[in-house]
Design a protein around this ligand. Structure first.
Ligand SMILES: [Zn+2]
Length: 100
C-alpha cells in the first residue's frame, strides 16, 4: 500500500544587509521552487504522463497545477519523435484544462 508521508523541515531565512532582500537556505534534495523533495518531483514527471493530472494530484495531496507544471518540464525533456503520442495526449489535457 502506498502511504502518504509529509516532511517538516526547518529552513533558515536570511536577510541581505545591503539590499534587505530575504532568501531561504537551500536544502539538499529539495526542489525549492516547488517545496517538495527532488525525489517526489522525479516521480511525478513520468507518472503524470500515464495518469490524469487530477488523479496524481489527489494521490499525493498537491494541486493539479503543480502536477501540470512538472509534467510540462518532464515533457520538454522527452525526445519528441519517440514520445509523439504522449506529447499529443498531454497537449490535449492542457487544452481540456484550459477549457474548464
Ligand atoms: Zn542583497
Amino acid at each position: 500500500m502506498n502511504k502518504r508521508v509529509g516532511l517538516y523541515v526547518n529552513a533558515r531565512r536570511f536577510i541581505c544587509r545591503d539590499c534587505g532582500k530575504t532568501f531561504m537556505e537551500t536544502l539538499p534534495e529539495v526542489d525549492s521552487k516547488r517545496r517538495m523533495t527532488e525525489r517526489r518531483a522525479r516521480w511525478i514527471g513520468p507518472h503524470s504522463l500515464l495518469h490524469t493530472f487530477t488523479s496524481v494530484a489527489e494521490e499525493i495531496g498537491i494541486t493539479e497545477g503543480t502536477v501540470r507544471n512538472i509534467a510540462h518540464d518532464c515533457c520538454k525533456r522527452l525526445d519528441k519523435s519517440q514520445f509523439a503520442g504522449i506529447q499529443c495526449a498531454l497537449q490535449s489535457e492542457f487544452a481540456l484544462a484550459g477549457a474548464l
